[in-house]
Design a protein around this ligand. Structure first.
Ligand SMILES: [Zn+2]
Length: 447
């Protein structure tokens, strides 16, 4: 039987879309399976134009936006495609966290392939399925506690919690016949659970791994400010303290750390934090797994749920409706509130009518390109209502210098940077750095 080897089916010279295939003898394990965020994807599919639900694999393979792998996809997803359905040749799929570029293609998998996922991640995927129309498919789900282990054939996989911009993020120690392969998933050390990341890094170094497959989102040139979550809190405190008007904030919907930061800042400034129904549903679903100090609908003081204007409310929205507030209420109590409002729901501003000079906190990444349509629309709305823009964000990813330090610290025999546009930036980190090629196989014994 052949020894361990790595194959990179996505996340190569791009941020997002990580798909790592680990093969060892007859065993084949896939780590992460989500769509690419790369500009290439958006050259063909945007907003209104998406792969057809009747033939998703065919429509993605047309532009090489999915890997051509036998024994991975379901017969249903393969409908109309020239790739034929054969019994599963991948024996387990591991998901590092609940971001779409890591989990968004699970529904395409053959339904008999087991999917391994951390317990917090599973809860978040469930919340997304029930409230956002996301669909991850029916699989034999194996839910791993932090530090939990699973065995697929002769390979043992240990799930280690790490800090990232969504709770439940996991890195994996993959113990093959020749030694350990470390896969980091996405991670940072400067967030509220940085201690978990440091524990993982120490455990990874102890394994003396034969290979490290590491995310490098912020490797290479990175002009964005290097702010921590605590830095975001200070910035928001300043903005809230300096205004007697309503304050509006946009943030990633599943970044519960950021929600916690914003909630605490609002309460400290004597304001109430007003969140959308979908956020209330997510917080209620994650429930006992919420980080300390996170807002809990129905029990946290100073937390309100906003009811958008719509004709019909879904079943998952209904538990929050009785206690919810509307645009007229927000207008009346403007100066006492921090309002979480997503760009998609900016039409609510027409009813809320914020005063000119109302601060708008953009608590998300700055746009990647200069001709970003959403960014232009966002600024048109802000200008129309006279809202003042403030950028206030901490990344979910380790900084470039931290990445190099971590790579050195783990000291794997070979380093494969993925989920980055700049894999070469790791070369100064010493050791054997291999910028992987898409679809290529790398045997691990030969190094
Ligand atoms: Zn992520």
């Amino acid at each position: 039987m052949r020894g361990p080897r790595l194959r990179f089916l996505g996340g190569v010279r791009e941020i997002g879309g990580s798909k790592l295939l680990v093969e060892d003898g007859p065993d084949r394990l896939l780590f992460d399976f989500g769509p690419s965020f790369s500009p290439r994807f958006e050259e063909f599919y945007v907003n209104f134009l998406q792969p057809r639900s009747t033939s998703p694999v065919k429509d993605l393979l047309e532009f090489d936006l999915l890997p051509r792998v036998d024994g991975l996809y379901s017969a249903e997803a393969l409908y109309g495609s020239d790739l034929r359905h054969v019994p599963p040749e991948v024996h387990g799929v591991f998901v590092s966290h609940a971001h779409i570029d890591h989990a968004g293609h699970l529904a395409l998998l053959d339904p008999t392939i087991p999917v391994y996922v951390g317990e917090r991640t599973k809860r978040i995927l469930d919340a997304i399925e029930s409230s956002s129309g996301g669909h991850y498919g029916d699989h034999p789900w194996h839910v791993l506690p932090p530090g939990g282990r699973a065995r697929v054939g002769g390979v043992e996989v240990e799930a280690r919690p790490v800090d990232h911009s969504v709770p439940g993020a996991t890195a994996f120690l993959i113990r093959t016949s020749e030694g350990t392969v470390v896969y980091t998933g996405d991670f940072r050390a400067h967030g509220p659970r940085g201690g978990e990341t440091r524990e993982f890094l120490a455990a990874a170094a102890r394994e003396r791994p034969i290979a490290l497959v590491m995310e490098g989102t912020r490797a290479g040139p990175d002009p964005r400010p290097d702010r921590s979550e605590a830095g975001v809190r200070e910035g928001v405190d300043r903005i809230l303290g300096g205004s007697r008007r309503l304050a509006v904030v946009s943030h990633y919907p599943r970044d519960i750390d950021r929600l916690t930061t914003l909630y605490r800042a609002a309460v400290a400034a004597g304001r109430e934090f007003v969140i959308p129904l979908k956020t209330a549903h997510l917080l209620a679903t994650v429930g006992a797994d919420l980080p300390p100090g996170a807002p809990v609908p129905g029990s946290s003081p100073g937390l309100r749920v906003y009811r958008r204007t719509k004709k019909v409310y879904y079943r998952w929205e209904r538990p929050f409706l009785d206690e919810s507030v509307d645009a007229a209420w927000v207008r009346e109590h403007a100066g006492e509130l921090l309002l979480s409002l997503d760009l998609h729901h900016f039409a609510e501003l027409i009813d809320i009518r914020p005063e000119a000079g109302t601060p708008f906190i953009h608590s998300m990444s700055e746009p990647f390109s200069e001709d970003d349509v959403d960014d232009r629309v966002l600024h048109n709305w802000l200008d129309h209502f006279g809202l003042g823009f403030c950028q206030m964000h901490a990344s979910g990813h380790a900084s470039g210098p931290e990445l190099l330090e971590i790579a050195r610290h783990i000291g794997a025999r070979s380093l494969f940077p993925i989920h980055t546009e700049h894999p070469e930036a790791f070369i100064p980190a010493a050791g054997h750095v291999v910028p992987p090629e898409l679809g290529a196989t790398y045997p691990l014994r030969s190094f």
